[in-house]
Design a protein around this ligand. Structure first.
Ligand code: PMP
Length: 402
């Protein structure tokens, strides 16, 4: 089956409505296909009620839709059971949940949390918070200049003190794809747990938590064509079951008494309060939509990455690409001579091209690369070769202005 990108684009109202726009910022958030918008709208129009507590039909329908979404999420990442998927606000909240709950209960003075130098702030700051509370220490594995992880150094950083390893699957700032299976195996060999930040990878290729061998994996709905405000924490059932609640409130309890409270099993224990029910329903539609397009969508993105990279290097003077690892997803981080990335971003916007500029929530990585920020074009499966051409042509013109 060939991949008909023009046909795919007709699924996206925002792209249809803005034919002059080249949206190259899928790494920040993906555009939404009509089926996702319809699923959210249909839920509010036809099924809206609060979940889990109602005996009436509508509430049961809403509960079924929410729990069906959990099944779809579990299938999307190859979880053994739906109860291994906790709905969160996104990847950020999912990592905070693990750091606060698992970390708070298990980390002690002298323990180590090992992460990589290319982590997003979402996989740095929650660990710093729990480290400050527990006396644990954050240890950082170095990267090479091409933006790949130094696996030898990584392996040496793991010790009996390491209690958990956190690694990004695909770097949002560089596109680097990390060998997460190997990372998880190294962590387990040392008796540590492993968390994979799949916020970016979930948008690019199929995930299988059992094959990866991780204890935790997190992703955000909005980067996989789903709504904002909903995401997933996958946790191995045996690990989740031993974790204390993250937040307290309605729906996460079994019984409440002023003398003491008992909690639900997983995943309900971690879902205090009314969740984003419509968001979960929209997420399920998004995951089914994206899964049906793979692997053709992935091959299309890879072709776009190769095409745009070669063209940039051949045609744009003084372009410098950050992140040239062999295993790389369709993210191009760059600087254009000494032109400030903010100027590049603003000028590209005048050509109708949307890219992100700045530190990409990876300030330690930027420091390591010796820059304060970059401009970043990220290609999604709905982007075209023509958009890549326009992007390169605009950069040539911008270079000529300075
Ligand atoms: N990790 C990575 C690698 C990301 O790219 C992002 C989003 N930029 C996050 C975590 C956080 O995701 P969210 O803001 O959706 O919680």
């Amino acid at each position: 089956m060939s991949f008909d990108v023009e046909k795919i684009r007709t699924d996206f109202p925002l792209l249809r409505g803005n034919p002059g726009l080249a949206y190259l910022d899928g790494a920040a958030t993906a555009q939404k296909p009509q089926c996702v918008i319809d699923a959210v709208s249909r839920f509010y129009s036809e099924e809206n009620a609060n979940i889990h507590r109602g005996l009436y039909h509508l509430s049961q329908a809403a509960t079924a839709a929410f729990e069906h979404a959990r099944e779809r999420a579990a299938a999307f990442i190859g979880a053994r059971e739906p109860r291994e998927c906790v709905f969160t606000r996104g990847a950020t909240e999912a990592i905070n949940l693990v750091a606060a709950s698992w970390g708070g209960a298990n980390l002690r003075e002298g323990d180590e949390i090992l992460i990589t130098h290319m982590e997003h702030h979402a996989d740095i700051v929650p660990w710093q918070l729990v480290a400050a509370r527990t006396g644990a220490r954050l240890v950082v594995a170095p990267i090479f200049d091409d933006g790949s992880l130094d696996m030898e150094a990584f392996a040496k950083k793991i010790s009996p003190r390491t209690k958990i390893v956190g690694a990004v699957h695909v770097s949002n700032a560089l596109g680097t794809v990390n060998p997460v299976k190997e990372i998880c195996a190294l962590a387990h060999a040392a008796g540590a747990l492993a968390l994979v930040d799949a916020a970016q990878s979930s948008a690019h290729f199929a995930l299988d938590v059992q094959d990866i061998g991780c204890d935790f994996l997190v992703f955000s709905g909005h980067k996989v064509c789903g709504p904002t405000g909903i995401g997933v924490l996958y946790g191995r059932a045996e690990v989740l079951e031993k974790m204390p609640p993250y937040q307290g409130g309605g729906d996460m309890i079994e019984t409440v008494d002023f003398a003491g409270t008992t909690y639900r099993g997983i995943p309900g224990r971690f879902e205090a309060g009314t969740p984003d029910i419509a968001g979960a329903v929209g997420l399920a539609a998004a995951l089914d939509y994206v899964a049906a397009l793979r692997p053709h969508a992935q091959a299309h993105e890879e072709a776009l990455l190769e095409y745009a990279t070669e063209k940039l290097l051949a045609e744009v003077p003084e372009i410098r690409i950050f992140g040239t690892a062999k295993e790389k997803a369709s993210v191009i981080s760059f600087r254009l001579g000494d032109v400030h990335p903010s100027d590049v971003g603003m000028l590209l916007d005048t050509f109708g091209i949307a890219v992100r500029v700045g530190h990409h929530c990876a300030m330690p990585l930027m420091k390591r690369l010796g820059v304060t920020g970059t401009a970043r074009a990220s290609f999604s499966f709905y982007n075209t070769f023509e958009e890549a051409d326009r992007f390169v042509a605009a950069l040539r013109k911008i270079r000529g202005m300075f």
